[in-house]
Design a protein around this ligand. Structure first.
Ligand SMILES: Cc1cc2nc3c(=O)[nH]c(=O)nc-3n(C[C@H](O)[C@H](O)[C@H](O)COP(=O)(O)O)c2cc1C
Ligand code: SF4
Ligand code: SF4
Length: 398
């Protein structure tokens, strides 16, 4: 039987868990319509504000880390919220709901005063939006106006602002998008729960400096020779996002939409396993286009079927009981490296990394065949990470 990919998130049925995150990708209703046609279950329209809020963008906005020719391992942006104010977003919501009644249209909002937050909610509900997401989390934009992560870094401001929004929302659920640029996410997620808001979205981008131009000495992206700290997204931030999602799931009883570094169905499954009920993607569709939804859906479906699950709902949070603290990890569990010589291409990388990485447990024969000295191998798991052909695994010896 084909597994059921649908999920219930805050009382809304999503045909699959894949949502486009708030980003330039969702800044135009016609583009979002194309994504819906491709198969995405929902979209969070790019963060909007009331008409009187000036939004002045700078260019260029993006930079990236390339590793061994692989592009966009990490991407930084210094984009802000949308230049398109609520009047235009209202129209997008109306058009999208008319054309795609079964898709989930979510709108992201940001305000600087209570009246603005509430006006945004009234107008979006009136336009027919399905869910409101509040950005308390842009790492670089508008702190002078009390907007962005200034709110999401402070539990009191988070609770107060989420309450304003929740108070105004008469019909639709409210989700608060959190920033990872905090020491501890738990008090912030608790503040959301206390406010009465319905869900959290984690995470927005991670504050970072992507690089420096060695000729001009300007931080990147360089705006007329000057730069700022920006928001890092893409595969590089997945471990940070998984940490935050799992931490919230273990400590606060609130539905979570997971986001940060998801590019493949495997990434998405990991987020579901640590407690996310839906997943959002931004950098991956910006890089590869909307068509990745085919692979996301096919991969998730095949995985569930192979593992014998009837649907997505069955795997949500399955890994959480396996997260523990260091003192509770087994001291008797022992593993050793083993090399499959049929796949080994004798590159010597494992030999070098074990030798200089601390254990000197791999020897190279004259013909460059690697041999593990089981007496010296502690099973640290460095060599399987460096082997370019996956010839090394760990075997359990105790
Ligand atoms: C260019 C760009 C613009 C973004 N704009 C917004 C935004 O307007 N509102 C928001 O909540 N998040 C915004 N984000 C953050 C993304 O929605 C997402 O949380 C983040 O990029 C991490 O996900 P990813 O690794 O899949 O990209 C933006 C991200 C990028 C790259
Ligand atoms: S597991 Fe660690 S100690 Fe053992 S061979 Fe590999 S790198 Fe060396
Ligand atoms: S890193 Fe892998 S391919 Fe290279 S020598 Fe070691 S086992 Fe062989």
């Amino acid at each position: 039987m084909t597994p059921d990919l649908s999920v219930n998130f805050c009382g809304i049925k999503f045909p699959n868990p894949f949502i486009l995150a708030a980003a330039p990708t969702t800044d135009d209703g016609e583009v979002v319509a194309r994504a819906f046609e491709a198969g995405w279950a929902g979209a969070v329209l790019k963060t909007t504000s009331v008409e009187k809020e000036p939004v002045e963008l700078v260019y260029p906005q993006m930079g990236a880390i390339e590793v061994n020719g692989q592009k966009l391992i990490g991407m930084v942006n210094i984009d802000l919220i949308s230049k398109r104010h609520i009047d235009q977003v209202e129209k997008d919501v109306r058009n999208l709901k008319k054309a795609f009644p079964d898709k989930v249209v979510m709108a992201s909002i940001m305000g600087s005063r209570k009246e603005d937050w509430q006006e945004l909610v009234f107008r979006l509900e009136e336009a027919g939006v399905d869910m409101i997401e509040c950005s308390f989390s842009c790492p670089h934009g508008m702190p002078e106006r009390g907007m962005g992560s200034t709110i999401g870094q402070n539990p009191e401001l988070t609770e107060r602002t989420a309450r304003w929004v929740k108070e105004a929302a008469k019909r639709v659920p409210v989700m608060i998008k959190l920033t990872p640029n905090v020491t501890d996410i738990v008090p912030i997620a608790r503040a959301v729960k206390n406010s009465g808001a319905d869900a959290v979205c984690a995470i927005n981008t991670v504050l970072g400096l992507i690089g420096i131009d060695l000729d001009t000495f300007s931080p990147l992206p360089s705006v007329d020779g000057m730069g700022i700290y920006g928001g890092v997204s893409g595969p590089a931030i997945k471990p940070i996002a998984l940490h935050f999602v799992s931490k919230i799931a273990r400590n606060v009883d609130i539905p979570i939409s997971g986001v940060g570094g998801i590019s493949t169905w495997k990434d998405a499954v990991e987020f579901l396993l640590v407690g996310a009920r839906t997943v959002q993607l931004c950098t991956a569709p910006m890089h590869y286009g909307f068509r990745i939804i085919d692979d996301l859906i096919d991969g998730l479906s095949a995985y569930l079927e192979e593992k014998g699950f009837k649907g997505v709902e069955e795997i949500i949070g399955l890994s959480l009981p396996r997260l523990t603290s260091y003192e509770h990890l087994s001291r008797t569990h022992k593993v050793r490296s083993q090399i499959d010589l049929d796949s080994c291409i004798k590159c010597g990388l494992c030999y070098v990394s074990c030798r200089d990485g601390g254990h000197q447990a791999i020897l190279l024969r004259e013909d460059r065949t690697p041999v593990v000295d089981e007496e010296k191998c502690v099973g640290c798991a460095l060599c399987p990470q460096v082997c370019p052909v996956g010839a090394i695994s760990l075997k359990r010896i105790q």
